[in-house]
Design a protein around this ligand. Structure first.
Ligand code: ABU
Length: 542
């Protein structure tokens, strides 16, 4: 793509966006209504129009079409404003039955007019959790990056499918550029990549490519082409999607061997080798090892370099599930030792919609070897992937994947990268890690109120809140049981009050504990102080 083309495209996009904002301002100041009680009123004439009286069905109707879309834009921008307002609640919680009463979810026989649709949008966002709120620490994907969001708006407007260059020429080229850049950050000069619908499916692509590489006849001959039981290995802290590959792809979950992890949640490599040898002695075929770079709960990094040595000795494919931790590849400060040896992997999953803050969803899978994806997944559907098209058909990337239609997840990432630059992403990673260190220091400074479970390797801070009655008790398994019971009650209070969201879960070593995630660019030290104080406010009588 030439620089000129992308610049024109960007300038035009910004102009349109600015025009729209001005119009929205004008409409608000004319008292057309904004905000939850303002009702987002359309003009009387436009309000009662139906969907078939605006574009594309009514060709003469551009003014009401524009008015309708601008009003929707107003609803969205108000949500953005509220999301970033620390005095606003994160959510207005209602139990499902109560929520059903509050919402009108009816699908009518005859369609509603435009005014009702505007209200439907406003009501939907009124009850939606603001995952971009600075006090939302609940999920791996937090935050609302506004450039990426603008990209998503454009994507929705362009409404194209990513299977052929024919219908998505700009986006396909963007995908090439961004994927190549991500591979170079991993440390590969060649290779191939694709965007997939989520980290779990990215991991599945890695599994499929690994099996295809070792058993190229599987594609045509199926199970009969493999004389023996295939076995895969992953740590007992891995994301469940790795085990799901074994179920989905015919190995059976008994052939997804869970390798024990150490007290920090990292795979014990001596155990990996022992288990590979044990399976080999039974005549099985170990072929795939998954190393996790950032486990979901604890944020642990498996020792990639040592695992790569074992994979080389036993001829196993090495996949890195960096769906969560992948963003740290940007950081010179935090990349090592966590990702040491990553360039030795055969495939890497990396989700920009997590640490990088790209809007959901944006998940990538990268392969060191070029050509494997297409060879593994190509079905050559003649109605889509004709080889005699007027352009170079290697750009018809749709035949590399097992799905047909593919959502455009690249533009929002490309635009975000244009805004931040590679350095901006590096700064973002360093900032998230610094905030995590700040949170740890604040927890350590209040040992009566909080108990840090382990020193984080990533932005997951795992801890217990200690209510007043348990503060003088010795910390042992009995106290942990009690602290575990506090978590769901305190989480319930957070949601009822709408002021804070922090996740909790048990793991195989301990009862419920809080897992706080700092992956939003909106968070500051003050928000971390707020979080700890609010936990104490909500929980001290427990
Ligand atoms: N795919 C893992 C997401 C889990 C979380 O956000 O907590």
């Amino acid at each position: 793509m030439s620089a000129k083309f992308s610049w024109d495209f960007f300038v035009q996009y910004c102009k349109n966006f600015a025009d729209n904002l001005q119009l929205a301002d004008r409409m608000s100041s004319f008292g057309s209504g904004s905000g939850p009680s303002g009702g987002y009123q359309l003009s009387p004439r436009t309000a009662q129009l139906k969907y078939d009286e605006i574009l594309p069905m009514s060709e003469e109707s551009f003014p009401p079409t524009k008015e309708f879309l601008m009003k929707i834009m107003e609803v969205l921008i108000e949500f953005v404003k509220n999301t970033n307002d620390r005095n606003e609640k994160i959510l207005e919680f209602h139990h499902p039955e109560e929520m059903k009463r509050l919402l009108d979810l009816e699908l009518p026989e005859r369609g509603f007019p435009l005014q009702q649709l505007v209200q439907d949008c406003a009501t939907t966002l009124k009850y939606q959790v603001k995952t971009g709120h600075p006090h939302f620490f609940n999920q791996l994907s937090c935050g609302l990056d506004l450039v990426s969001m603008a990209g998503e708006w454009l994507t929705a407007t362009a409404n194209t499918n990513m299977f052929t260059y024919e219908i998505a020429p700009v986006f396909i080229l963007m995908e090439h550029v961004v994927m190549e850049k991500m591979r170079s950050i991993i440390g590969w000069e060649t290779g191939d990549s694709i965007l997939a619908p989520g980290g779990s499916i990215s991991n599945l692509y890695a599994f499929l490519a690994a099996r295809h590489k070792k058993f190229p006849h599987y594609k045509e001959k199926g199970l009969n082409s493999i004389a023996g039981e295939l076995v895969m290995f992953t740590s007992d802290q891995c994301h469940y999607s790795v085990k799901s590959c074994a179920a989905v792809c015919g190995l059976g979950t008994d052939n997804c061997v869970m390798v024990p992890s150490d007290e920090r949640g990292r795979m014990i490599t001596s155990e990996l080798e022992r288990l590979i040898l044990e399976r080999k002695s039974r005549g099985h075929i170990p072929f795939f090892v998954n190393a996790t770079a950032g486990t979901t709960v604890i944020g642990a990094f498996d020792p990639i370099d040592a695992i790569a040595d074992i994979c080389e000795r036993h001829d196993c494919w090495l996949h890195i599930d960096g769906a969560w931790g992948g963003g740290l590849l940007f950081s010179k400060k935090y990349r090592f030792p966590r990702f040491k040896g990553v360039e030795r992997a055969d495939s890497v999953t990396w989700n920009p919609h997590k640490l990088m803050g790209t809007l959901l969803q944006c998940s990538t899978i990268h392969f060191k070897e070029d050509g494997l994806l297409i060879s593994c997944n190509q079905m050559s559907a003649e109605y889509l992937f004709m080889t005699d098209k007027l352009y170079d058909v290697q750009y018809d990337t749709g035949d590399k994947v097992i799905q047909c239609g593919r959502h455009n997840d690249i533009f929002k990432l490309w635009l975000q990268w244009r805004a931040k630059g590679t350095q901006g992403f590096e700064r973002h990673m360093d900032r998230l890690m610094e905030l995590t260190e700040y949170m740890v220091s604040r927890i350590k400074a209040q040992p009566d109120k909080f108990y840090l479970i382990l020193e984080p390797e990533l932005v997951n801070v795992c801890f217990w809140y200690v209510p007043r009655r348990l503060r003088s008790q010795r910390h042992d398994s009995r106290r942990e049981e009690e602290l575990g019971k506090i978590c769901p009650i305190l989480k319930g209070r957070m949601m009822q009050s709408g002021t804070l969201m922090v996740g909790y879960q048990p793991d195989d070593r301990r009862p419920n504990f809080f897992r706080n995630i700092i992956s939003s660019a909106a968070v500051t030290e003050k928000d971390i102080d707020f979080m700890l104080n609010e936990l104490d406010r909500l929980g001290q009588d427990l």
